[in-house]
Design a protein around this ligand. Structure first.
Ligand SMILES: [Fe+2]
Length: 203
């Protein structure tokens, strides 16, 4: 007999060349924007976000600071490799980063389960991950269809897990297809967990 594995869910894991060099500038710039962006601070307050995100207030980070533009150049190349691994035929279109936002998660901050609609590839670059900072948790996209499936054993092979937790380190790049539901459990670190999230669309 044989058992085939069909319809795999891909998670791209890369690391940024020059991450150590870029980190101080990225941290400084993210925190400076967090201090100055009044509209973003108001959004965080109204939505119970402990810390700061530019998600709802700023859409021009790469033109605000050259360090973001440099990061995007690297991310473009990673996204291209991921698209090749997914064997996408883009039919002359190009994968384009159309949103990039800062996340500064303070102690106790969470980001509940969500997907990124209207995008092809989504991901996160991890700028600062203090000891004890929360991981990211991905959910089996077929979960809502498992009406009568028995629960899994405690110890199962990774490909059979319903939830997969990935603990990132500073300098790591994660990318996934935008329909993949994910969440960030409570951040227990005392220091700020700083990341930049992004979406790519084929134009
Ligand atoms: Fe997300």
């Amino acid at each position: 007999m044989r058992i085939d594995t069909l319809f795999p869910t891909r998670l791209y894991r890369g690391s940024l060349i020059g991450a150590r060099r870029l980190k101080p500038e990225l941290v400084k710039t993210c925190l400076a924007i967090a201090r100055e962006d009044i509209a973003g601070q108001r959004w965080c307050e109204e939505n119970g976000y402990l810390g700061y995100t530019s998600y709802a207030s700023l859409n021009d980070l790469p033109s605000r600071a050259s360090v973001f533009a440099e990061l995007v150049r690297h991310l473009d190349s990673h996204a291209k490799h991921f698209a090749q691994a997914l064997e996408w035929d883009l039919q002359g279109k190009r994968l384009t980063l159309d949103s990039l936002w800062i996340n500064v998660m303070e102690q106790g901050s969470v980001h509940t389960g969500h997907i990124h609609p209207h995008s092809a590839i989504s991901g996160t670059y991890y700028v600062a991950v203090p000891h004890g900072a929360s991981a990211i948790r991905f959910e089996d996209p077929r979960l809502t269809m498992m009406m009568a499936a028995p629960t899994k054993r405690t110890a199962v092979r990774r490909e059979n897990l319903t939830f997969v937790t990935v603990t990132p380190s500073a300098g790591a790049i994660l990318m996934w297809e935008s329909w993949l539901r994910h969440e960030v459990p409570p951040n227990h670190a005392r220091g700020n967990r700083i990341s930049l999230s992004f979406n790519y669309t084929a134009y």
